[in-house]
Write a protein that binds this ligand. Structure first.
Ligand SMILES: C[S@@+](CC[C@H](N)C(=O)[O-])C[C@H]1O[C@@H](n2cnc3c(N)ncnc32)[C@H](O)[C@@H]1O
Length: 237
C-alpha cells in the first residue's frame, strides 16, 4: 500500500471505509459473531470496523509493517483482532470462516497459476456455503477513463496524473503526483494482473465457487462496462 499515494490520501479515507463496510455487511448479510477473514487487510481499516460491529475477524497481510499499524489501531479501537503475517499463497486455514473478503484490488500479484491457487486456498478456508467477496478494478473502465484527480494536502495542492495501460491482461498503472507549492514531482508505476469477469468466473468455478452477484461499486450498482469496480460475491458450493 505504500505504493498507493492516491489511496493514502483519498481512497482510504474514513468516509470511504465506512461506505465499504456498509456494503460488505449488507451483501454478506451474516449474523453478528460470524467469522470473517480479511485477506490482505493492509492497515486493518475494514477489519477494525467489522470487529466493532461484532464480527470475529482474522486479518492477514504480507507486510508486517502494515500489520503493526493495524494492531495498534485495533488496540486504540478496543477491538480484539487476530492479525497474521502470511503470503496469500501459503494460507493454511481449513473450513474456518463464514466469509473471506479481499478488498481494494489486493489480488493479481502473482502468475496466473499462483493467483488461481490462491482462490483454491480461499475456498479451503471457508465453511460449506461460505461467502467470498472480492473487490477488483474494472480494468477496461480504467483504461478508457481519465483518472486524474486533484486534492488539497497539508503539504501543498496535489494534482495526480493517472494512466492505466492494459496489455495481455496486465495492467500497468502509471502515476505522477505534482505538488503545486514546491513543484515536486513523484512518479511511480504499479503492475497488476487484472482479470475480466469471464476470467474470474472461470477461476472461481474451478475452485468450486458459484457467483451470486457482480457489483460495479460500493453503492451496490450492478457491474457493467461502465462501472469503475468489479466486486464479485461468490458462494462455496
Ligand atoms: C491495495 S492494498 C489493500 C489493503 C486492504 N485490503 C485495504 O483495502 O485497505 C494491498 C495489500 O496487499 C499487500 N501485498 C501486496 N503485494 C503483496 C505481496 N507480493 N506479498 C504480500 N503482500 C502483498 C500489501 O501489504 C497491501 O496491504
Amino acid at each position: 500500500m505504500a505504493h498507493d499515494l492516491l489511496g493514502d490520501f483519498k481512497a482510504y479515507s474514513l468516509a470511504g471505509t465506512e461506505r465499504e463496510v456498509r456494503f460488505i455487511t449488507s451483501v454478506l448479510n451474516l449474523p453478528t459473531g460470524a467469522a470473517i477473514l480479511d485477506l490482505y487487510c493492509g492497515y486493518g481499516r475494514h477489519a477494525i470496523e467489522l470487529a466493532k460491529l461484532g464480527y470475529q475477524i482474522k486479518g492477514v497481510d504480507g507486510t508486517q509493517d502494515f500489520l503493526d499499524i493495524a494492531l495498534q489501531k485495533a488496540k486504540e479501537a478496543h477491538v480484539d483482532i487476530d492479525f497474521l503475517q502470511c503470503d496469500m499463497r501459503l494460507l493454511s486455514f481449513y473450513q474456518q470462516f463464514d466469509a473471506v473478503i479481499n478488498m481494494f484490488a489486493a489480488f493479481g500479484y502473482f502468475s496466473d497459476q499462483e493467483n488461481a491457487d490462491v482462490i483454491k486456498l480461499v475456498a479451503q478456508s471457508l465453511r460449506p456455503s461460505g461467502l467470498f467477496l472480492i473487490d477488483l478494478l474494472n480494468r477496461d473502465w480504467m483504461v478508457r477513463n481519465n483518472l486524474n484527480r486533484y486534492w488539497r494536502h497539508p503539504n501543498g495542492e496535489y494534482v495526480l496524473s493517472y494512466k492505466v495501460e492494459l496489455q495481455n491482461g496486465i495492467a500497468t498503472m502509471k502515476r505522477q503526483l505534482i505538488n503545486q507549492v514546491t513543484g515536486n514531482k513523484i512518479q511511480y508505476e504499479f503492475v497488476l494482473r487484472a482479470y475480466s469477469l469471464p476470467e474470474m468466473t472461470n477461476i472461481l468455478a474451478n475452485s468450486g465457487f458459484k457467483i451470486l452477484a457482480a457489483y460495479g461499486g460500493f453503492d451496490g450498482r450492478t457491474y457493467s462496462a461502465e462501472t469503475p469496480r468489479m466486486i464479485i460475491l461468490a458462494e462455496k458450493e
